[in-house]
Ligand binder design. Structure first.
Ligand code: S3P
Length: 167
């Protein structure tokens, strides 16, 4: 059967803990359209967790798979896509995003850390200097964004409705 291709595509970017997956799922539900989280698809494809991929093969390996999976999702025109927090930093992915509606979910550093609360499955959190990474990434997210949404202290469904209204 032919897969349905969507004219409208929303790609969510932002730091870990911004709510990309939670908000993305709600946006897709409200649109009655498919949603894919790139991290989940990567884990399904590889048959292992991102944590294991980092441990076994290193971050560059993960980034390579990530690039291929994101390219596929965009080509397939999956309606709503949540990207892993580091995906947008890849210059090639950055170029691919230029023709899409890119929603940047902004989150203050402290709140992001609270939301993910030392999640052992996020390898980046096991390293020092996470705040530096956060600060370095913000301008990149901002430059790629076509829509910026402040999630500070807000509920995911409230954020999702704001995105829908702005589409
Ligand atoms: C990463 C974020 C994670 C995941 C991986 C690397 C990053 O996704 O892709 O652990 O570099 O910021 P989330 O943003 O969904 O946590």
């Amino acid at each position: 059967p032919q897969r349905r291709r969507y004219a409208l595509m929303v790609v969510l970017i932002g730091f870990m803990g911004a709510g990309k997956s939670t908000v993305g799922r709600i946006v897709a539900d409200l649109l009655g359209a498919p949603f894919v989280d790139s991290d989940v698809l990567i884990e399904r494809r590889e048959g292992r967790s991102i944590r294991e991929m980092f441990d076994l093969h290193g971050e560059p390996y993960f980034r390579q798979i990530e690039r291929a999976v994101v390219a596929e999702l965009l080509e397939d025109r999956t309606a709503v896509v949540a990207l892993g927090g580091g995906a947008a930093l890849d210059p090639e992915i950055g170029r691919m995003l230029s023709s899409h509606t890119v929603v940047y979910l902004q989150v203050p550093y402290e709140q992001a850390m609270e939301r993910i609360n030392g999640d052992a499955f996020r390898p980046l959190l096991q390293t020092s200097g996470v705040r530096k990474v956060y600060e370095r990434r913000l301008p990149v997210y901002d430059a790629l964004a076509t829509m910026r949404i402040d999630t500070d202290g807000r509920r995911a469904d409230d954020v999702a409705v704001e995105i829908l209204r702005a589409l």
